[in-house]
Write a protein that binds this ligand. Structure first.
Ligand SMILES: Nc1ncnc2c1ncn2[C@@H]1O[C@H](COP(=O)(O)OP(=O)(O)OP(=O)(O)O)[C@@H](O)[C@H]1O
Length: 364
């Protein structure tokens, strides 16, 4: 990487990965509407960075600026992509990046293979080299069988795979993926996640925008939440989850007497009489769970269901983007926990959100 790129942490020689993308005080307005209000980005090479934000937050605008499609407003700070100064050498930036947007670059009327060869031509690859690269990528993206068919006959997932394969013809070291899995079914989404992981394993830097919080959670080394034109928070998924309160254990009772007994015994809780459930603040750790269960055991109280809720990226997103308009707070939390329990049951995502266990089965 040329020396014009600032070091990862502002100090040369500190041993961290060089920055693939850096931007300072990035601004963009459309008329009176301030879309980006001075955002800073520092994305180390070989990592996945996810930009999250509600609809219209400015994610695509950020991608368009960083990929040279539109200009930032005057007064923005310097932007480096792939070691090149965007203002000085946009052509070199273009040569270093690949962009897959929300609107596919695939030509529907020609075959997958023809789309790939067209891309190879655009990159001025010699004919034989172009065929070799195209064939390799079609194999890698599981499109060999479909290669001779018109792209119009492809499923959404196949088209998205072809789109990324086309982006890779130029062997970019930095890829912008603007909502790469929107509209895909769960199997295709997981296939796409596998592709993104492979790219990163090859040393590619991925700048991802997504509406799916679980996608950012799965893939991203660092996540930034865009709100009101600014980055409201940035960190790893775990770091972000730690900034919102709300971890709790929910105890549900079949027997009203047991519910009342527990409510009398526990020092801190919020209760929901209709559902005979109590929410006890907890970080969800084994130590806190054991202590709670010991306390219930000592009093001979039997809960029928116990659900552990730790904050997830949904909580972070709602807290930071002000998008949680549901009221009131306590009802909302209860509703959301119930939601999660149901979802966990369906999808076996037992790791990160809510885990429902029978109290007597825990912590043996
Ligand atoms: N060319 C344009 N002219 C005027 N306004 C624009 C233009 N492009 C984007 N905007 C506005 O800028 C804001 C940010 O749009 P952008 O597409 O960057 O958001 P986003 O976070 O990518 O949203 P989504 O998740 O819906 O794709 C929106 O209010 C949009 O209407």
């Amino acid at each position: 990487m040329p020396s014009s790129a600032p070091p990862a942490n502002g100090r040369p020689g500190a041993g961290r990965a060089p920055l693939a993308i850096s931007a300072t005080a990035l601004r963009k307005s459309y008329g009176d509407k301030r879309v980006l209000d001075g955002i800073d980005l520092r994305i180390p090479a070989g990592t996945v960075f996810a930009l999250l934000g509600p609809n219209g937050a400015g994610k695509t605008t950020a991608v368009q600026i960083l990929s040279t499609l539109i200009a930032a407003d005057p007064g923005s700070g310097p932007v480096h992509v792939g070691g090149h100064d965007l203002a000085v050498d946009p052509q070199a930036v273009r040569a270093a990046i690949g962009v897959t947007g929300q609107f596919s670059a695939v030509d529907q009327l020609i075959t997958g293979e023809e789309n790939m060869l067209l891309m190879a031509d655009l990159h001025h690859l010699p004919r034989r080299e172009g065929r070799r690269v195209a064939a390799g990528l079609l194999r890698r993206f599981d499109l060999v069988e479909a290669a001779k068919k018109p792209a119009a006959t492809y499923s959404g997932g196949m088209r998205r795979r072809l789109d990324i394969a086309m982006t890779l013809v130029g062997d970019p070291r930095i890829i912008f993926l603007d909502e790469p899995t929107t509209g895909l079914d769960p199997r295709s989404r997981h296939a796409m996640w596998g592709i993104i992981r492979e790219l990163v394993a090859d040393g590619v830097t991925v700048f991802l925008t997504t509406q799916y919080l679980d996608e950012a959670d799965e893939l991203a080394d660092r996540i930034a939440v865009l709100s009101d034109g600014r980055i409201a928070a940035e960190g790893s998924a775990d770091e972000l989850k730690r900034i919102v309160p709300g971890g709790h254990v929910r105890l549900r009772f079949a027997d009203p007497a047991a519910y009342r007994h527990a409510a009398d015994a526990l020092r801190e809780y919020s209760g929901h009489v209709e559902s005979l459930s109590l929410q006890v603040p907890s970080d969800g750790s084994q130590r806190e769970l054991r202590s709670l269960l010991d306390q219930l055991d000592a009093l001979g109280i039997q809960a029928d269901e116990l659900t552990v809720h730790t904050p997830d990226l949904d909580d972070v997103f709602f807290a930071l983007t002000g998008g949680d308009t549901r009221v009131p707070a306590q009802t909302d939390r209860t509703a959301r926990t119930t939601d999660r329990t149901a979802r966990t049951d369906q999808t076996a995502r037992t790791d990160q959100t809510a885990r429902t266990v029978k109290p007597e089965e825990t912590l043996r």
